[in-house]
Write a protein that binds this ligand. Structure first.
Ligand code: SAM
Length: 428
């Protein structure tokens, strides 16, 4: 199987083949994406206390060298997302100015969603969908850590998204693929290399593209990407797709100071992992009117909001005893919804228990009435899950570090009960 991998690689790269082989022997580069939705770039820079340098091609992507990235304040505070540079590129392509409804069709673990959310206006909504429930949970926790509130997270099969037929302004289809571009990170891809796998991936992608086409509104933009070099999954796939749809065309785009005629491939020779991307648009124009989800009324929850947030206008949604809040009205997407905007909390034994997401949401940060900025020692204790002694009146507090939201706690009798999620706690 290895022989086949290298034979095909030779056909992809021709005269550059030897250079590619040399690149494959190099260690994979690690990079992070800066979440400017949480803090400006200059402020994030103060937290990057490890070796890092700019990527040149994406102004928000930086290379770094540091094994403990997941144990940094930058990570805890949601200022960074570890992501290989090439994976961050597709989201740089579309025009996001007038975009209102975005769908990331295969969204977990969340990289493309995070990239595009950093480019959307406040009134835009991202629907982040993931077919696999466990991966959808990872997606949820990543979007929560980075503080996104204008997101609906769904766990649907692609066909189940067709309730949104003709409504999507911008669709990102980062398709499951054979992963040839990831071999530095996952060498087992070479060992298991198999043409049937490539053809199976191509078949799945074709089905996903069919659904994507149906979902796009006239005038809607489509970004298709894979992390493989296989033409069956990349150029050939897209050429056939375009040929099959008269009202769909490739759009030129600029990346790395070059103009591409609708398709681009980055890879080992550019010091990256492999990434194919195509940019398409459906001709025509239309505005999307979506049926809105029914809002909820619940005195216990409304009283909590009134006491804790100086917020007059909001939309409250309910899923059994769980409540969600949004600053913009959200569409009704039926079942298999994991998040509807910000997860506010739930009613447990007739009491309302707020959730961590509420205190991490970037769009709600400025509305909190009770906030408390932790010093370095308190930060370390809080991250470990310890209770803190504080000179504060009773109630729930948004806890921040250098004014950046970290989590929350409940004060009673000068003791702050730690509400940092158990799964996130760690020793320093
Ligand atoms: N966009 C993600 C990001 O940037 O973090 C990466 C997505 S990954 C390349 C492809 C995703 O497609 C996986 O999460 C996988 O679970 C999902 N997937 C696999 N088979 C699928 C199918 N038949 N239909 C829809 N999604 C599928």
């Amino acid at each position: 199987m290895e022989t086949l991998f290298y034979e095909r690689l030779k056909t992809y790269f021709g005269n550059d083949y030897e250079k590619v082989l040399a690149k494959l022997k190099e260690e994979a580069k690690t990079s992070i994406f800066l979440n400017i939705a949480k803090a400006p770039k200059g402020e994030i820079a103060k937290f990057l206390l490890f070796e890092h340098w700019p990527s040149k091609i994406n102004p928000l992507s930086y290379y770094y060298r540091y094994a403990g990235i997941g144990k940094t304040k930058a990570y805890d505070l949601g200022l960074i997302y570890p992501q290989e540079l090439s994976a961050s590129l597709p989201s740089l392509i579309p025009d996001t100015k007038d975009v209102k409804i975005v769908l990331d069709m295969c969204a977990a673990p969340g990289g493309k969603s995070i990239n595009i959310l950093n480019r959307l206006n406040d009134d835009a909504i991202l629907i982040a969908n993931e077919i696999d429930y466990i991966r959808a949970q990872v997606l949820t926790s990543n979007l929560e850590r980075l503080g996104f509130g204008n997101v609906i997270i769904t766990n649907k099969r692609p066909e189940e998204l067709l309730i949104l037929r003709g409504k999507i302004d911008l669709l990102i289809l980062d398709a499951p693929c054979s992963g040839e571009g990831m071999v530095k990170k996952y060498p087992e891809i070479i060992e298991d290399y198999n043409i049937n796998h490539i053809l199976n991936c191509a078949r799945t992608q074709k089905e996903l593209l069919k659904v994507a086409y149906e979902l796009l509104k006239p005038g809607g933009q489509l970004i298709y990407s894979t992390c493989t070099y296989a033409p069956e999954e990349d150029e050939q796939q897209i050429k056939t797709f375009i040929n099959d749809h008269e009202d769909l065309y490739l759009k030129p785009f600029k990346l790395d100071f070059k103009t591409y005629e609708g398709m681009a491939k980055m890879g080992f020779l550019d010091d990256m992992e492999g990434q194919f991307m195509a940019y398409m648009q459906k001709s025509g124009s239309s505005s999307s009117i979506l049926p809105m989800a029914k809002t909820a009324k619940e005195p216990l929850v409304e009283a909590f909001i009134k006491d804790n947030l100086s917020l007059d206008n909001y939309y409250l949604y309910r899923q059994k005893d769980r409540f969600f809040l949004s600053l913009v009205p959200l569409p009704d997407l039926g079942s298999k919804i994991m998040r509807m905007g910000v997860y506010l909390g739930e009613i447990v034994a007739k009491r309302f228990e707020p959730a961590h997401h509420l205190y991490r949401a970037n769009n709600l940060r400025k509305y909190f009435i009770k906030t408390y900025d932790l010093n370095d020692r308190q930060y370390d204790d809080f991250i470990k899950g310890a209770e803190l002694g504080v000179d504060l009146s009773d109630g729930y507090y948004l806890l921040s570090y250098q004014k950046l939201a970290l989590g929350f706690g409940k004060v009673a009798n000068k003791r702050l009960k730690n509400k940092y999620p158990k799964g996130l706690r760690r020793m320093i």
